[in-house]
Design a binder for this molecule. Structure first.
Ligand SMILES: [Mn+2]
Length: 426
């Protein structure tokens, strides 16, 4: 199904007056503070987040999976789903594919379909965390880090193939996340597996097209529970430096131990020009893959504050690639993603309200109370009218969740795809 612009306009009409009143009230307050409201709205309009193909169906846990009706079972349907999200939110202008789950059969048709939805192809993701039926070698004891060169070569060749597929679609980056590690002390030699990983990544890097970036993701545990080869940002940073200028670290919010100061990691990486990509989600305990902003919205704001500072002050760091990396167990995946996109935009808008000049002055005067007041003043501002304005300007829905429900999108998807369709790859 496709949502027509006229349908969005129609559902927007009933809320338009209330929106304008709220926007005018907020605009007056912000203008008095010397803020350029139009410039903030423009930044929100420009901020686009990629949706990964694997977030469009029910993810499940190791205990079970409760499917969601009308899931996209083919790549074309996944692109259609991101198209629906983008139409409503005007924030999801890219899709991130996972190989081998999303190998296109007809590249021309797939590219045409994506462009008909105004969607770009973001980073492509390789998969060496599970064995494919056709694979000769097993990744049970590691892929790029494996003690066997035959296994490592297979994993390197897979990553090169993923880049070739991405290149045909117009992607400009490869994300490598390794499940490699060990479950028990003594199982592997830390130095050997790290050296193998570095050597393997360098082999992949050699084949990276000139205008591409390599993103190296890190994670402290899971699926291995004693050690992971790329456990933290420091290891990722070290490996990126070993590869070269086009290799970067990728921060996934869920890939940290509880209470890690992620905003500080973001600041350090951007200062060194090495923050390449960012994966949004939220968590209470570990890599819980929950809706962005649902558990720790203030932490998300503080991270965005560091990101905004970095984007404004660190020309040595490229503009980061943004992606949602989440899984949906009980919510409609599309509704969950709409909520995540809203939370991302909200945190970004609040961070844009932070008066960096005042904050710097307060820091220099060691006025700790003032520093906190500046941050929390921005955080406590209800910025939703700015988000609404940005969406309306681009032809999106004033209230995306409400529009999604009133247009009965899921109902129509079930009609088209059936009740038992299952998202491929999950
Ligand atoms: Mn991730």
């Amino acid at each position: 199904m496709r949502i027509k612009e006229s349908q969005i306009k129609e559902v927007n009409t009933q809320h338009l007056l209330a929106h304008e009143n709220r926007l005018n009230a907020l605009g007056a307050v912000l203008s008095k503070q010397g803020k350029d409201v139009n410039a903030i709205v423009q930044k929100l309009e420009d901020f686009q987040v990629a949706v990964p193909s694997w977030a469009l169906g029910a993810g499940g846990t190791r205990f079970g999976r409760f499917g969601f009706k009308g899931e996209p079972s083919r790549l074309e349907e996944k692109i259609d789903d991101v198209g629906l999200l983008h139409k409503l939110t005007q924030t999801a202008g890219a899709i991130s594919l996972h190989i081998p789950w999303d190998v296109p059969e007809d590249y021309v048709a797939i590219k045409e379909l994506a462009s008909s939805h105004n969607i770009l192809f973001d980073a492509v993701n390789s998969n060496t965390f599970q064995d494919q039926k056709v694979a000769k070698e097993s990744y049970k004891f590691g892929s790029l880090s494996n003690t066997s060169s035959v296994v490592r070569d297979q994993a390197i060749a897979h990553n090169i193939e993923v880049m070739e597929i991405g290149n045909k679609l117009g992607s400009k980056s490869l994300t490598v996340w390794l499940a490699d590690g060990s479950n028990f002390p003594g199982q592997s030699n830390f130095q050997t597996v790290l050296q193998h990983t570095e050597d393997s990544l360098k082999e992949i890097y050699k084949e990276l097209p000139n205008d591409w970036k390599l993103f190296i993701e890190y994670k402290p545990y899971e699926p291995n529970f004693y050690s992971t080869v790329i456990q933290d940002w420091g290891t990722s940073f070290m490996l990126a430096n070993a590869c070269g200028d086009k290799a970067y670290s990728l921060v996934d919010l869920g890939h940290h131990l509880p209470n890690t100061n992620i905003e500080q990691i973001v600041s350090t990486l951007m200062m060194k020009g090495k923050l390449g990509g960012f994966h949004f989600n939220d968590s209470k305990y570990g890599d819980d893959d929950l809706t962005v902003g649902s558990v720790k919205p203030y932490a998300l704001f503080l991270i965005f504050n560091a990101l905004v500072y970095g984007m404004e002050n660190n020309p040595q760091n490229p503009y980061p690639a943004w992606m949602i990396d989440a899984s949906h167990n009980i919510k409609d995946p599309l509704e969950d993603l709409i909520q995540s996109l809203e939370a991302i935009q909200e945190a970004y808008a609040k961070a844009l309200l932070v008066d960096q000049k005042q904050l710097l002055e307060a820091q220099q005067q060691h006025d700790v109370v003032k520093c906190q007041e500046i941050l929390q003043d921005a955080y406590r501002t209800d910025v939703r009218p700015l988000l609404e304005k940005a969406r309306i300007n681009r032809g999106g829905a004033l209230r995306p969740i409400e529009a999604y429900r009133s247009l009965a999108v899921r109902h129509q998807l079930i009609q088209e795809r059936g009740e038992d369709s299952v998202a491929s790859g999950l």
